[in-house]
Design a protein around this ligand. Structure first.
Ligand code: BES
Ligand code: ZN
Length: 583
């Protein structure tokens, strides 16, 4: 037996999945998907253990129709239920007929009121890290990649999208059947779809943006620069490997800023600010096309390989498009978030390592800015030690060596050792990889604009700060003591009207300090904001501020009760965990 991924029942000594043919029919009223999954493996003979969560298994048979012996295990915390299918010798496929549960952890079924248009329902999936198993029975580990084709049956009033190539749509009798194909092998966490009132606008030769009709024009303007990002990413990493790079703007309850589903990046509508100030998230998801989707972490224990490299590439793209002053501001905000994450994990410092041990730990619970920002700093340290030209050559080599593979930290380190001799020693790599916290001597962002903000400390900015970028505001607000004095908070509010900030990053940075300082207007705005967005990056600090702010804990509890239903299951679980832990 060989079960290398602590978050999957997959046994890599058994037959391995190769291809999925998925036929699914959506039932919005019942919040279920009735589906068949035809899985092809690299061979037959012997048992194969699949991951499922909450699936109602109706039938397991051979492709030709004969029954197959199978057994559905008891629910296990984190993992779900193991489905063991016995493949006879020479039988390398199985067909599973099943229904998803209304509580499927990957899915959010939205009532019309929860969409921008308010007229039609919406459904979307979010499978990373281990939620694909709540939608499809498969070997839900990024070690085992698969191609797929799919057929979705949906109400004809709606449009379906998958993170794959579209093959066409046929309508009859109020229903539409849409077909798709993903010809490149992907890890299961990149399986993704969305169904709703969706239209698109062209952004460039390889990109369009999909959104609800009332949002699509603003989305088009916000993301118009996407082709420039593609060009600069290709200059660094080689030709874009997935054909198209389309964007999908989801309803506000989408729990992440972005999700790098191949060919169709999912984005939160909170990126649409009118000034393109948050498009680094698009650069980030685009970068995953190489670092993550092409070269993939072998399990959540090596998550930093996905996110650290991606933040590194995101900021290289940003450097080309907006210059190094802006990169320094982004990196400084990242460093503040990293220091916060390390402080929040003071009782579980082992989660501040780059390489983690997650046996018995839910990846959603281990999630933090550590793999992102500590990973970024480690790579910056390597770049400094090797020199940029050599490190750029290394990045290309990394892509070439592991294209369409899933790798561990050890495999990365072996490549660095041979391609950049001496560099791991120069940066004391073990301290980064297996040590806790941020190593002393980590690279520090410096720039003129950054130093101007940092040197203000907790002083009141002059009136010209009205012209600061949202990134300068974040650096400033994050460096204020919590609580801050009513005088400072009052003066900031009066001078800059921060409770009315249109940029959500600035608004959330402000509210977290102002709520902890007992500022009434901020508390009221936080209460409304928690009902408007479901992005965890905002929910966690806002709930955290209410929980630990003076006399506002009961407001946090009331908001969680009132709005919990509107959040995606992953976000709801995050908020509940926060309330249990007490901030
Ligand atoms: N892949 C992540 C989102 C994710 C991580 C989903 C883990 C589920 C489990 C995505 O690429 C991401 O990192 N999004 C960030 C964007 C940011 C770092 C620019 C986000 O959502 O905030
Ligand atoms: Zn990412």
């Amino acid at each position: 037996m060989s079960r290398p991924d602590p978050h999957s029942h997959a046994d890599t000594s058994q037959p391995r999945q190769r291809h999925l043919s998925w036929r699914a029919e959506l039932d919005f009223a019942g919040r279920t998907i009735s589906a068949t999954a035809l899985l092809r493996f690299d061979r037959g003979g012997g048992p194969v253990d699949l991951d499922t969560r909450g699936l109602e298994i109706e039938e397991v048979r051979t492709v030709e129709g004969g029954p197959l012996r199978h057994e559905l295990g008891e629910p296990e915390p984190i993992l779900g239920e193991r489905l063991r299918v016995e493949l006879p010798e020479g039988v390398d496929g199985c067909l599973i007929r099943y229904r998803t549960s209304p509580g499927a952890s990957a899915l959010q079924w939205l009532e019309p009121e929860q969409t921008a248009g308010g007229r039609l329902p919406f459904l979307y999936s979010q499978c990373q890290a281990i939620h694909a198993r709540s939608v499809v029975p498969l070997q839900d580990t990024p070690r085992l990649r698969l191609t797929y084709d799919a057929e979705l049956t949906i109400p004809a009033t709606l449009r379906g999208l998958m993170a794959a190539g579209a093959l066409g749509r046929q309508e009859s009798g109020g229903r539409a059947v849409e077909r798709y194909r993903m010809a490149e092998p992907i890890p299961p966490y990149l399986f993704a779809f969305a169904v709703g009132d969706l239209v698109s606008a062209e952004l460039g030769p390889r990109s369009r943006v999909w959104a609800e009709p009332s949002t699509v024009e603003r989305a088009e303007a916000e993301f118009a620069g996407v082709d420039g990002m593609l060009t600069s990413a290709e200059a660094l990493l080689g030709p874009y490997p997935w054909g198209r790079f389309d964007l999908l703007v989801l309803p506000p309850s989408f729990p992440y800023g972005g999700m790098e589903n191949p060919r169709l990046t999912f984005l939160t509508p909170t990126l649409i600010t009118g000034d393109r100030s948050l498009v680094n998230v698009v650069a980030h998801e685009l970068s995953h096309s190489w670092t993550g989707n092409l070269v993939t972490n072998a399990s959540a224990e090596d998550f930093w390989l996905n996110e650290g490299f991606t933040v590194f590439v995101e900021r290289r793209i940003l450097e080309v498009l907006e210059g190094s002053e802006m990169v320094a501001l982004h990196a400084a905000v990242g460093r503040q978030a990293l220091d916060d994450a390390v402080a929040n994990f003071r009782d579980r410092p082992e989660l501040t390592r780059l390489r983690t041990r997650l046996q018995g730990v839910d990846p959603d619970e281990a999630f933090s800015q550590v793999p992102y920002e500590k990973g970024y700093l480690f790579l910056r340290a390597l770049e400094d030690a090797a020199g940029r030209p050599a490190f750029d050559r290394f990045l290309r080599r990394y892509m070439d060596a592991f294209r369409f593979q899933s790798i561990t930290t050890e495999e990365l380190l072996a490549l660095v050792r041979s391609a950049l001799p001496g560099v791991l020693e120069a940066v004391d790599a073990p301290r980064w990889i297996d040590g806790e916290g941020v190593p002393p001597g980590a690279p520090v962002a410096r720039s003129v604009r950054l130093e101007r903000v940092q040197s203000l400390g907790a002083g009141l900015p002059a009136a010209d700060a009205a012209r600061w970028s949202p990134w300068e505001w974040q650096v400033y607000l994050n460096q204020l003591p919590r609580p801050s004095t009513p005088e400072l908070i009052g003066a900031l509010e009066e001078r800059f009207r921060l409770t009315e900030a249109a940029n959500p990053e600035v608004l959330v940075a402000w509210l977290t300090v102002a709520v902890r300082s007992g500022h009434q207007a901020a508390i009221r705005r936080t209460e409304t904001l928690l009902g408007e967005v479901g992005r965890m990056k905002y929910l966690k600090p806002l709930y955290g501020a209410l929980i630990s702010g003076p006399g506002t804990r009961s407001i946090a509890e009331a908001c969680a009760r009132r709005y919990g239903e509107r959040y995606h299951a992953i976000a709801r679980a995050g908020v509940e965990a926060l309330l249990r832990r007490g901030g």
